[in-house]
Structure formats: C-alpha cells, structure tokens
Design a protein around this ligand. Sequence first.
Ligand SMILES: *Cc1c(COP(=O)(O)O)cnc(C)c1O
Length: 457
Amino acid sequence: MKNQQIPYKTYLEFNEIPKQWYNLRADMKNKPAPLLNPGTHQPMKAEELAPVFCEELIKQELDNDTPYFDIPDEIYEFYQMFRPSPLVRAYFLEKKLGTPAKIYYKFEGNNTSGSHKLNSAVAQAYYAKKQGLKGVTTETGAGQWGTALSMACSFFGLDCKVYMVKVSYEQKPFRREVMRTYGASVVPSPSNETNIGRKINAEHPGTTGSLGCAISEAVEVATSTPGYRYVLGSVLNQVLLHQSIIGLETKAALDKLGEKADIIIGCAGGGSNLGGLIAPFMGEKLRGEADYRIIAVEPASCPSLTRGVYAYDFCDTGMVCPLAKMYTLGSDFIPAPNHAGGLRYHGMSSILSQLYDDGLMEAVSAKQTDVFEAAELFARVEGILPAPESSHAIKAAVDEALKCKETGEEKTIVFGLTGTGYFDMVAYEKFHDGKMDDYIPTDEELAAYREKLPKID
Ligand SMILES: *Cc1c(COP(=O)(O)O)cnc(C)c1O
C-alpha cells in the first residue's frame, strides 16, 4: 500500500460531473413493460398520470427512446452541496481479506439524508416547483427518502407531506425530527386523515402500517388536494434516470484512473441505486461495447428477484396505483421485520426486472446476520458505518473478493455504498447482542401471495 498507484479517494472536478442523465431504456432491445391502468388494463397515458405525477416527470417516465436528458441548472447547482461523491479504493478491506482483487466503492452517504435518495429528491422537487405546484406528498419507511425529499422541498420552497409507516414513526423519532427540521409535516400511517387510512385502521385495529399502505395514503392526498402531486423515491423509471448520475460519475472516475470494472454490485430494494450505478456500464453491455458481471443483492427475507415471479402487480396495498410488470412477491407480501428498511418493497423496478429476465444481470440474496457481519468488518477497516441496506452490497463484494483469493484472479470489483447507518443502531445493537434473527419465507408462504396476483392477459 506504501507505493499505491491509485489514490484512496478519487473525486471528479466539479465541472467533470456529468451534465446529462442517461436513460438506459434507450439502449434496451426489450423495453420494460408499460404501466397499466388498474381498471382497463391498457397502458397508462400521460393524461391519466397527470393527476398523480408532475408533467415533466411523466415525460421522463414514459420516454423509452431519448438516451440523454439535460440536467437543469438549478439541479446542477444543488448537486454542489454533495456531489461529486467519492469513488474509494478499498485498500484496507482488500488487505484485511488478503485478496488480489481490487475493490472500489462509490459512497453516496455524504449528505444529511445519509443516502443516494437526494439525487432524485432534488430533481422531483425542482420539477414540481417549476410546474407551479404548492407541494408534494410521499411515503417513507425507514425515513431516508422522506428526509431527502424534505431537504429538497425546503430548498425549492415547496410544502412536503410525508406519510411515515407507523412502526418507523414510533421507533425512529430522530429521523422524524430531521424531516421536521427541514419543514416537512410527518404523519404516522395508517392515519385517520384519509379514506384508505381510516379503512385500514377499521379493518386492522392497532396495525403498525406498511409501505404499500403509506403509498396509498400519500396518493389519495395528492390527487384530492389542489396544487399537490405525489412523488416516489424508487422503483419508477424516472428515479433510475436521476440516479444514473451515480454510474456516470463512477465511470468517469474509473476512466480517469485507467481502470475497468469486471464486476459491479449493488443492493436492490426498488432498484434505484443499482439501476443508477449500472446505467452506463449496462449501456455498453447492451451496445456490445464491453462486458460486465452485474449483481443485485437483496435480503433473503424479501427476495423479489431471486424467488419472485415476473408479472403485473399492484404497487401499493390500496390498489390505487397503476399496475407494473416486475419481479414481485405480491403486493400483500409483508416481509419479516428485517432491519434493512429500504429493501423491504415487494416488487422491483421494471427496468431491472426486464434486464434480469433477459439474463443481463445476476441476483443473489443475503441473510441478515451475514450482512451485519460484513457491515461490521467494513466499518472496522474502512471507517464508514454503513447502512444495513448498503451492507448487502458489501457482503456480496466480500464474497466475490474471497473467490478471487481462491482463484488468484485480480478482478476489479465496484460496489455501491448507498448510505450510512447512524439511525440503525437498534439493529446493530440486536446484532451485537446475538438477538437478530434470519427469518426466510417458505415456498408455501410465497406461493400463497402469488395466488393473489392480479390476472392480466
Ligand atoms: C432506499 C435505500 C436503498 C434501496 O433503495 P433502491 O431504490 O433499491 O436503491 C438502499 N440503500 C439506502 C441507504 C437506502 O436509503
């Protein structure tokens, strides 16, 4: 390490930050399946989406052909607060593992929201403001998305209403107060403010809520309040487009170092950080210019890619959202209480689902305790205390690096370190006290949820 040729951290110069987002769909031969109207089962048209989403974001959502979108100046300016993010050569982790592999990670946790979600939050808030809207509604589970959106809304002077899954609202009071610091109003979901919330509370007294339920509430309020729209922090095509900044920066930094990735790894909840990280690399792969192994890592407790089915499904519990074709466990699926809150969604981005179905990407799942073991190893050598979600990628990167140790191959591994875990210390505590469990759903359980998928021909 004494004579290292490559710096520990590589930052692009500010004017080297990409000025356009890359739309991976433009290079996909098999395009992701369109969103369907839940009533007619016909592809959703822009005018049908207009009561829910901002106009410019609908254009981005439906555009499968335009390869590049200019990043508006206002967004580029905001990026100065936290971009470029560093590409780090994990020398200390390599040394600890004794691997001949080179390991790099792209660190997105260097902002108050503590995750990559700010990349899309700032874009979505900007377009809402530009459209002259008063505010936006959203849901949040673990709280990273709600925090990122609160930050972006306060910057652009927009009202922000967050429906926070009740169990998180009660267990994560600090996240809630961060959001309120940025001026957001935070409501525990299910609430008694909406029809769907009242219905769910009546049917399931004492329920602690779910992400699917909070989405339904946020959509209901957005569509019934003049001057408001709904925004979502993952899964959607537009979110992957905004997150392509992660991959474009990573590619630019690797090019600068004269390095080429062999394996690219990311954790996958709804698929936004992974979709963003791999975008330019997958583009090269689709155009036949280069080849990469790309690996999605999901929790064994919520295994949508590795054990789900590729089918049309509802995006929320209240069934008010359009149907999306994706790898899914079923919209009623409630994962066991896993500590990676950001990876507990029942479905997966349509873009990643199609790429996976076409065999262009691999997927693995990881058990919670193995993930925390990798997290702790990483924290001790690289310094950063990782989010449980991000640690799924660490786990897979360590596994690949250890394989290289066996074979003696000097592969270059790049993974996405999506965020920090300071708000997840209760989970770390459980791990340290040996009280963390590894519940994995049985085939019978998964089959029962599959039965309930909507029938679409
Ligand atoms: C939300 C979140 C994720 C998972 O979301 P994706 O849309 O799959 O990227 C991963 N890591 C962190 C830190 C998150 O906040």
